[in-house]
Write a protein that binds this ligand. Structure first.
Ligand code: GLP
Length: 298
């Protein structure tokens, strides 16, 4: 099928399944309804920008609902959030979080579990309440019910305000590997051979290497009110260019973010290197700064 026909089909199917959410997208204030590309000089500046956006949102809504990713990329952001907490600028006592994904088959206590990662890199350093931390469990008794309950929980708190994402080298977001349905919900997902191989060195026992994961679906992610996708380093430059400027396709799951009115790709120069329109994105972002400054002046 031609790619334009495929896009139309996805949009039509997704509309039928999630009419209410697409209606919300379509009715977002025109001036806000744009995916945005923000290019920063280096990785610390990427993390500063993302932390600044989270802080700004928290000031308006202290019970902010965050969706949080793992991997190397968000580590610097979590350090900044911890610093904001330690300096008394951000209080997490009402903040609610949801993990984006988890390896299937690992207990929370396993050092490579995403639960352990989040505890180690963020939760144990801030004053978040344990009951406000929501996770996908690696060994649920009933996988489907666990995934459905997770979706219900997200809805019960009014949805995710800000979803933080990294990007896999094959374009995956969460563990939505290439070919994932663009309307998918939280579910069990087989990892690709390359993802399994990339993880192999972290496990001493070959039997333990996860081959499946539980992940929020692409449809779940798209319902977040704002999405911050962070990418750093030259090894992400190709996939970032395909996600931002390539066709919208399930073969590059992150490309679906082109349809989200509040998706922000926050990139360092290396990760932005292959973007054809990078000068324009820079120019547009600088001018946006001028616009808000002149609005503030009145
Ligand atoms: C894993 C995670 C993703 C993450 C990706 C990239 O597969 N499930 O959420 O975005 O890796 O990781 P890194 O930031 O280490 O490049």
């Amino acid at each position: 099928m031609e790619s334009t026909a495929r896009v139309k089909l996805y949009v039509a199917i997704s509309f039928l399944y999630n009419a209410e959410d697409w209606f919300r997208f379509a009715t977002v204030n025109e001036s806000e309804a744009n995916m945005e590309i923000i290019i920063k000089p280096d990785y610390p500046a990427v993390c500063d920008e993302a932390a600044g956006m989270i802080l700004k949102a928290w000031k308006k809504k202290p019970n902010l609902v965050l969706g949080l990713a793992t991997g190397k990329t968000p580590l610097g952001l979590y350090e900044k959030l911890i610093a904001l907490h330690r300096s008394g600028q951000m209080d997490f006592s009402e903040v609610v979080t949801f993990s984006l994904d988890e390896y299937y088959g690992l207990d929370e206590s396993h050092p490579q579990s995403f639960a352990a990662y989040m505890d180690h890199h963020l939760y144990k350093h801030i004053n978040i309440r344990p009951e406000n931390v929501h996770r996908l469990h690696g060994r649920p008794q009933d996988i489907e019910e666990h995934c459905r309950a997770y979706e219900r929980k997200i809805r019960s708190v009014g949805g995710i305000d800000i979803q933080v994402l990294g990007i896999g080298k094959n374009g995956h977001i969460g563990f939505n590997e290439p070919g994932s349905s663009l309307t998918s919900r939280t579910r069990l997902k087989a990892l690709t051979r390359e993802t399994v191989e990339a993880n192999a060195s972290l496990f001493t026992d070959e039997e333990e290497i996860p081959r499946f994961s539980l992940t929020m679906g692409i449809g779940t992610i798209l319902e977040s009110k704002m999405i911050l996708l962070l990418a750093s380093g030259e090894d992400k430059a190709d996939i970032v260019a395909r996600a931002v400027e390539g066709p919208l396709t399930a073969f590059v799951p992150a490309s679906i973010l082109q349809l989200h009115p509040q998706a922000k790709f926050i990139l360092d120069e290396e990760a932005a290197a292959r973007l054809t329109l990078k000068d324009y994105y820079r120019w547009a972002f600088e001018n946006k700064g001028r616009l808000s400054a002149s609005k503030e002046k009145g």
